[in-house]
Design a protein around this ligand. Sequence first.
Ligand code: NZQ
Ligand code: ZN
Length: 385
Amino acid sequence: MQDFSFYNPTRIEFGAGKIASLDQLVPANAHVLVLFGGESARRTGTLDEVTAALGEREVQLFGGIEPNPSFETLMEAVALVRRHNIDFLLAVGGGSVIDGTKFVAAAALFEGDAWEVLTSMGQNIEKALPFGTVLTLPATGSEMNQGSVITLKSLQAKLPFKSELVYPQFSVLDPVKTYTLPTRQVANGVVDAFVHVMEQYLTYPTQAPVQDRFAEGLLQTLIELGPNALTEPQDYSTRASLMWTATLALNGLIGAGVPQDWATHMLGHELTALHNLDHAQTLAVVLPEMLRQRKAAKIGKLVQYAERVWNIHQGSDDDKAEAAIKHTRDFFEAMGVKTRLGDYGLGAEHIDGIINSLEQHGMVALGEHGDVTPAHCRQILLASL
Ligand code: NZQ
Ligand code: ZN
């Protein structure tokens, strides 16, 4: 096992009806800005529930944070925070609203140009407003981590940042709130959580058996319960397990003490920024060929994944790896998330642009060994057509 430092200060309030606990979680004298996305929070009644729980506190609302939240929209929220002396933020939504709120928390107190929060990848954040979240879409793990991904629309750039100062103080996870999700978002959430586990698990063996077993348990839970959520959207126990699985997939626990990859995510971000695919759609396209193209370096873990997660015990190591990659693709397809660039109207003519963007963003040495170059990414995209 590698050395590590593990820190996670986010309180989780999990269960049906837990939004009522906002009254204890948010300071009584706080001046709160509630941030949300399009219309889902209002339409589903969650926003009303939240404002009711906040009682007599001074509350302002900021709606309109789009999927893949943009710098441009978030700077409007920053202006509102400054204008009204807001001192507590509350995100109500999925990964986009939570990521956006993290940016607002840091940018509102940032003394230079807020754009530098992103160009420094969060390293120059010195303070941030406190905030909590009410999660409505299990997928990203943003509710219990220090990461965020923001899009600059004018540059078509989707850039990650992280800082210990943007862990949520608390997150309310009520599985009932996920019943209203469209099928596409349920499927996206399962695929995103699955790939988060893979980015931290499918690297090379480092004698970290507890991290491996946790990761394998999360993957098996997603494989077992993901399809249930599509066919029985109101099954509480399925929704509850998926919600907690997605949080555990990216709250730092399974990644402590092991190498991490993230090449699939970095290449996927370019696909979203340039061609507007949903985040999980990009991962479903990239991951299978990413694994195949890097099979030699990952063979130890691929075989372990094949045997323990998919119960594949026949054939050579290469056979097992190939079968596991095929099962992975089939699982994404069975969830209804397409796995080929062509399924999203993209062809060979789009690949140069994607590779140029990767280079422009300095994503030229990706993966657990830093040896995944733009040339490899080109091969991966060609194989994913
Ligand atoms: O905008 P509204 O109307 O609210 O609708 C949203 C949105 O259209 C809808 N939705 C959310 N909860 C709902 C609901 N509809 C009905 N009922 C509900 N309960 O779902 C749509 C998608 O929401 P979004 O927040 O964009 O999805 P997700 O949670 O998948 O977040 C994706 C974003 O997170 C980033 C992605 O890059 C992407 O920008 N990620 C953040 C990470 C992190 N912070 O650690 C890691 C991830 O790898 C990922 O990169
Ligand atoms: Zn992701």
